[in-house]
Design a protein around this ligand. Structure first.
Ligand code: SF4
Length: 287
């Protein structure tokens, strides 16, 4: 598949450079184009959902080659978000579960050969929990490995049945300090911790991601708090410490949003290594 734009999404943007909606049948209809009643009904029942884009990726968003579907809409407003155009669900494209599952099914051979599968990302997947649950169940039924990438803020919207259909959770822990978490995201840390605890209790495999932002999240005391939290979750098999960069700056400008990290540098190699060491010291596998 040919990538024809560079538009990083969410925290994945620190790893995955290519995001674009591809394929016939999914183009041209936005949720804003449909009658309000039809739109609400489809989204309420989860037979359709609003997505920003999807892409095939390798070595990011989970193991193997994956179809990553980026949901539109997010309740957080992370200062370092690299795709603020995923903030709003109404700006996404409405897609039917059946259409999406048909597309996923076509790649089963690739997933099998590479140990890959489906990753639901965003935006925030759990803002459209019924839609996500239907996709995950359908993928499971086809024998496809399933993963969600989430901030965990809406973890309570993930039902036990939905969790049964998830093989791997990519959980972003954006700060270990509740006040700082609020400053970084505009929301509370507690729901993320509760979701992490729930995954640990159930034994659902989790990969954790932390973004090191100079002058915002990189304080050693904050990094230590994140590492302490993660070290308490035995289901975590991988931790990624990602360095902030400025690839999303133009989008904030284009949308007329207040971008607060205008003058924030990327962390140096040594600074990133020091943060990674904090996690390694607690016995975590760090990448
Ligand atoms: S949680 Fe939402 S606001 Fe934060 S980085 Fe991800 S998509 Fe952006």
């Amino acid at each position: 598949m040919t990538a024809d734009t560079i538009a990083p999404v969410g925290d994945n943007s620190f790893r995955s450079p290519i995001r674009r909606l591809h394929g016939a049948g999914l183009d041209g209809v936005t949720t804003e184009d449909l009658p309000r009643g039809a739109r609400l009904e489809a989204m309420h029942t989860g037979t359709a959902g609003s997505i920003h884009s999807w892409e095939l990726v390798t070595a990011v968003d989970g193991p193997g080659t994956r179809m990553t579907v980026f949901f539109a809409g997010c309740p957080l407003r992370c200062q370092y978000c690299h795709n603020p155009d995923t903030f709003f669900m109404a700006r996404g494209q409405l897609v039917a579960v059946d259409d999406m599952l048909g597309r996923i099914g076509r790649y089963r051979g690739v997933f099998r050969a590479t140990g890959g599968g489906l990753t639901l990302s965003g935006g925030e997947v759990l803002m459209q929990a019924s839609f996500a649950a239907n996709l995950l169940r359908g993928a499971r039924t086809m024998g496809v490995h399933t993963c969600i990438d989430t901030s965990g803020f809406l973890g309570a919207a993930c039902t036990d049945e939905m969790l049964d259909d998830i093989d791997l959770v990519l959980l972003d822990v954006k700060s270990g300090d509740p006040d700082l978490y609020k400053e970084v995201t505009g929301r509370a840390l507690a729901p993320t911790l509760a979701f992490g605890d729930r995954l640990a209790a159930k034994g659902t495999e989790a990969w954790i991601r932390f973004v090191d932002v100079p002058g915002l999240t990189d304080d050693p005391a904050n990094v230590a708090k994140v590492a302490d939290i993660v070290a308490g979750w035995p289901n975590v098999t991988r931790t990624e410490v990602l360095g902030f960069h400025q690839m999303g700056r133009d989008k904030w400008h284009d949308l007329g949003l207040d971008y607060r990290l205008e003058n924030t540098p990327t962390p140096s190699k040594d600074e990133l290594e020091a943060a990674r060491a904090t996690f390694r010291e607690r016995g975590l596998k760090v990448f």
